[in-house]
Design a protein around this ligand. Structure first.
Ligand code: NAP
Length: 540
């Protein structure tokens, strides 16, 4: 699958494949100028492909999506669009082996980690296809019953949701080139809103290839799905009042985006999924030797190493009663020591590399930053020889840091190191634990571990106001639980505050972002007629 000669990956805009200019000196009057950028193998350093968005006619791209694809998509019912999602899932399934090859080469992931991205994408699409089918022939979603506005009920109001008549611009992070596209696009396309995706440059290949396969399959009306690889320059300038932007990435980039006139002046909507200091909390009853303690240890080690810790939901802070600090430290370290780091093509390797050498440097800098206040409990980099990967690869082994007195720390509560790194944090009592968790200033997910399901009620509700998701585990769900960091399409994904304040997924709740709510007031007969071709907005 890996190309013998690195090719320039084309962009798909306005229903056509277009190569970006690869030399800016030849471009005049471009809306989007940049040099071509190389995509590389993070283990071998080999150049795999190039991308460029220079010279694209972005006005035509947005106009075509908005004016040609949008109406064609919305002429279909929700149920028909759900069927298209099902066809997309089948198309991706048929090309799955190629996607794994691309992920190995461009993301440096072992097969089980590629699965989180690729199979996670297909599962998410399939889930939306099934849930969307329940909306049947409807073209409008209703928001509650009619409410009389006159004493004799002759005049009334009914709230309706209609798909926004714009474009959904998806700007994604490097760590989920497959899932990141489809977890957003599933909701947008089901709603009837055309998608333009701008994947993170370093891993754009997989996104581009998936779009190419879906375009070739002719599943969607022309222009419903576009991809722009390379610089994002000029994209937000095209965002109009009815467009929506869904962004995943760092809090810094999110802050830049939010200040753009697309949102401050034209009031387009933006959803942000940003970085997050997620926690796992071992509750006081879960002492060493109990099943819940073992579940906690297993999950912390797993979360640190899945996708080399490059998951927005990964556990960054593992909170334990201070009297169990040493037992937890050695149990987690024992598990981490089994990690075999290196070239994902080697069968002995259980954890591949980071996505780039730039990310490797950022992670090493982040570890050093945390080490100014945290002790090092385990550092695989001191003991590990990377398998089949040289010193110039982007490999980093797991590092467990520790802060016995959790309340004394600052950096561990506000610095996300986006790699195989977590900090064990000691707490004195449950009140302090809850306060420490909340020092993340709003996170995507917190997981709780106890031997008593009902005892988790109080902390679950106490932490729900600061987290998009609370994942509570006791021994009864050892085999059925879905994992701290796995984002299930049925559950909300997002988080308040520092996590970006966004909401994605959560079943058909995801449709909300892509719709405009309007209160239609009128004669009772009109208000009743609104229910034709309509269905109540689903809550799951
Ligand atoms: P990033 O540097 O913020 O980039 C994210 C995306 O924004 C990329 O596509 C990037 O394009 C684009 N971008 C950069 N500057 C832009 C601008 N001025 N205008 C428009 N787009 C711009 O983040 P990253 O390094 O790819 O991802 C890592 C971060 O994402 C981590 O902090 C992680 O926590 C967060 N994350 C969050 C979630 C979540 O669901 N909450 C999921 C995954 C990752 P280029 O690649 O071309 O620069």
């Amino acid at each position: 699958m890996v190309m013998s000669t690195p090719a320039l990956l084309e962009n798909y805009v306005a229903g056509q494949w277009v190569a970006g200019a690869s030399n800016t000196s030849n471009i005049s009057n471009t809306s989007n100028a940049s040099e071509r950028t190389a995509l590389t193998d993070p283990v071998t350093g080999e150049t795999l492909a190039f991308v460029s968005s220079a010279g694209l006619d972005l006005d035509a791209a947005f106009t075509f999506a908005r004016e040609t694809a949008g109406p064609a998509l919305r002429a279909l019912s929700y149920g028909e669009r759900a069927q298209r999602l099902s066809q997309i899932a089948a198309t991706l399934q048929a090309n799955r082996d190629d996607y794994y090859a691309i992920a190995t080469a461009n993301s440096g992931t072992v097969a089980t980690d590629s699965a989180v991205d690729i199979d996670g994408a297909i599962y998410t699409l399939s889930t939306y296809a099934k849930r969307g089918a329940s909306l049947g022939d409807a073209h409008t979603l209703l928001d509650g019953p009619a409410v009389p506005l006159a004493k004799d009920a002759s005049f009334a109001v009914r709230h309706v949701f209609r798909p926004t008549p714009g474009v959904a611009l998806l700007i994604n992070a490097f760590n989920f080139p497959a899932w990141g596209l489809w977890e957003k696009a599933a909701g947008a396309l089901l709603a009837g809103v055309p998608v333009i995706v701008k994947p993170a440059t370093s891993t754009a290949w997989l996104t581009q290839r998936m779009v190419a396969d879906v375009v070739a399959a002719g599943i969607l009306p022309p222009g419903s799905l576009s991809v722009i690889c390379g610089s994002a320059a000029g994209l937000l300038d095209r965002i109009g009042p009815f467009d929506v932007v869904s962004f995943t990435g760092s809090a810094d980039t999110a802050a830049t985006l939010r200040a753009h006139a697309a949102f401050t002046r034209r009031s387009a909507r933006i959803n942000v999924e940003a970085d997050s200091l997620n926690s796992a909390l071992l509750l006081p009853d879960a002492a060493p030797g109990t099943a819940a303690f073992d579940q906690f240890v297993r999950e912390v080690a797993r979360e640190m190493t899945v996708k080399s810790g490059q998951k927005c939901t990964a556990i960054r802070r593992a909170m334990v009663p201070v009297e169990h600090f040493d037992a937890a430290a050695s149990a987690i370290a024992e598990r981490l020591a089994k990690t075999v780091v290196g070239n994902p093509r080697h069968e002995a390797v259980t954890m591949g590399s980071l996505v780039s050498t730039a990310q490797k440097q950022a992670v090493l800098d982040g570890i050093a930053h945390l080490q100014t206040e945290a002790e090092t409990l385990y550092d695989g980099n001191r003991e590990t020889v990377f398998v089949d990967a040289g010193p110039h690869s982007a490999c980093v082994a797991p590092v467990l840091l520790g802060l016995r007195d959790g309340a004394s720390g600052k950096r561990v509560h506000d610095t996300e190191v986006f790699g195989p790194v977590a900090t064990l944090v000691g707490y004195r009592d449950l009140d302090e634990a809850l306060a420490l968790v909340k020092r993340g200033q709003g996170s995507l997910v917190v997981s709780l571990y106890s031997n008593d399901a009902v005892a988790m009620r109080t902390p679950a509700l106490a932490l729900a106001d600061a987290h998009g998701r609370v994942h509570a585990i006791d021994p009864s769900v050892a085999k059925t639980q879905t994992g701290h960091g796995n984002v299930m399409p049925q559950s909300l994904h997002g988080g308040p505050g520092r996590a970006g304040g966004g909401e994605e997924l959560g079943g058909l709740r995801a449709l909300r972002f892509y719709h405009v709510r309007s209160a239609v007031q009128g004669p009772a007969a009109l208000v009743e007629a609104l229910t034709q071709d309509a269905i109540e907005f689903p809550t799951s």
